[in-house]
Design a protein around this ligand. Structure first.
Ligand code: SF4
Length: 401
């Protein structure tokens, strides 16, 4: 499947980040702290921002959380973090925005779930109030439909219409349609209330990959709003990563999607930032954006004598990722370089020559030397017990020069 041109949607300004309208696809994430715990939330927002999250969402589900929001923004600003903060609201969002204007002002965007806040056209005073606050404070809104909390009024209405056709096989299609209609009708209602199209983003998240793809393909054809992609409840570990990558890659290849969030359940001991790294890696491997130099490493096989080369590849990757924040302004374009770490001469020299800098480590039966290539030319051959350290020094020198 060749890459399709990006669908040009209405561009939404969220803090200092542009989403849609042809802007680069934005990576975002969400905290899992109690927002009322200011210190923990500020720390996690900073951690996610440092990892590369360009927008961070926090839950605003209680009075204590709403009271904490201005101070969270204040502390982030003092520490030099300008990352836009999105408030995720629930059934009491309208009350919190009314009672805590400083919270309404401090947030850069509101997220509203129409299944959780309103009950359809003319029966959604809470939804209306939320949109009126967005207009008053000049904030964009994401209307985020979730398959698990679908607006039951919309579903019931479409089910009733469908029953008249007496086709039981239509049920999944009706559910899909209800998810899309809930988003589109809510967006139309928001525009009626006065929120312009370039202040509205839509998302329709469910946990089934094929259904998610069908929903977004349909949604993208039926509107020009900026779209936030995400597979909800993607799951833990490799399952969540694979499912999210599969769904989002297909959609982005078709030109659909303006911002992505990878919803991973962190495994115990796993960094919260993993979902940001995965989102960046999806975008970079698909060729949409560059975030950090790519490490190309072979999988290893019977020709590798030990796990030495895997360790070297891992060390180089970690070093590059950790160094990126300080390199971003110092070495413009560094994120586009490739570093090859290969296990033997079968594919080593070829891949190393194609990379910006690459090393081919000795496999079984080979002379214990490691040729290094820079921009396709062999520049040095490393030997002895310190090949890893010497190669890392060469990578640093390459970047500096
Ligand atoms: Fe095996 Fe060499 Fe290929 Fe790596 S490059 S997978 S070590 S044959």
């Amino acid at each position: 499947m060749s890459i399709s041109p990006r669908k040009i949607t209405h561009q939404v300004q969220i803090g200092d980040i542009k989403v849609g309208g042809g802007a680069p696809i934005v990576v975002q994430s969400m905290t899992n702290t109690d927002t009322a715990d200011i210190k923990a939330t500020v720390n996690q927002v900073m951690e996610l921002s440092k990892a590369g999250s360009e927008i961070v969402r926090i839950t605003v589900n209680s009075e204590d959380a709403a009271k904490a929001v201005p101070e969270i923004r204040n502390q982030l600003n003092q520490k030099g973090f300008t990352v836009p903060i999105v408030g995720d609201f629930h059934f009491n969002g309208h009350k919190l925005l009314e009672k805590y204007p400083a919270c309404a002002e401090a947030l850069d965007k509101y997220r509203i779930n129409p299944g959780n806040v309103g009950r359809g056209k003319n029966r959604d005073p809470q939804f209306q109030q939320m949109i009126e606050f967005a207009c008053r404070y000049d904030k964009p809104v994401r209307i985020g439909v979730n398959g698990g909390s679908l607006d039951q009024a919309v579903l019931t209405r479409l089910l009733d219409e469908n029953r008249q056709k007496e086709n039981p096989d239509e049920l999944p299609a009706v559910t899909r349609e209800a998810i899309i209609v809930s988003a589109l009708e809510s967006a139309a209602r928001a525009e009626e209330i006065g929120l312009p199209a370039n202040k509205i983003l839509l998302s329709c998240k469910i946990s089934n990959v094929q259904e998610l793809i069908r929903i977004y393909q349909d949604l993208s054809k039926r509107c020009d709003y900026a779209l936030h992609l995400g597979l909800t409840e993607a799951g833990m570990g490799s399952k969540g990563i694979v499912a999210s990558s599969a769904a989002l890659s297909v959609l982005m290849q078709q030109g659909i999607g303006d911002t992505i969030r990878i919803s991973l359940t962190p495994e115990p001991g796993t960094a919260r930032t993993q979902e940001v790294v995965v989102a960046q890696e999806i975008l970079q491997t698909m060729g949409f954006r560059s975030f950090t130099p790519m490490v190309i490493a072979c999988p290893g096989c019977g020709r590798t004598t030990s796990d030495y080369f895997q360790k070297l590849a891992m060390e180089i990757q970690n070093y590059l990722r950790v160094s990126m924040p300080s390199w971003r302004t110092k070495y413009p374009g560094v994120e586009e370089m490739e570093v090859a770490v290969m296990g033997c001469v079968v594919n080593g020299p070829g891949e190393s020559k194609n990379a910006s800098i690459g090393i081919s480590l000795p496999g079984t039966g080979e002379t214990p030397v490691a040729p290094v290539y820079e921009d396709g030319v062999k520049t040095v051959t490393l030997k002895g017990d310190h090949i890893a350290e010497e190669f890392q020094a060469l990578v640093e020198r390459y970047i500096e020069t």
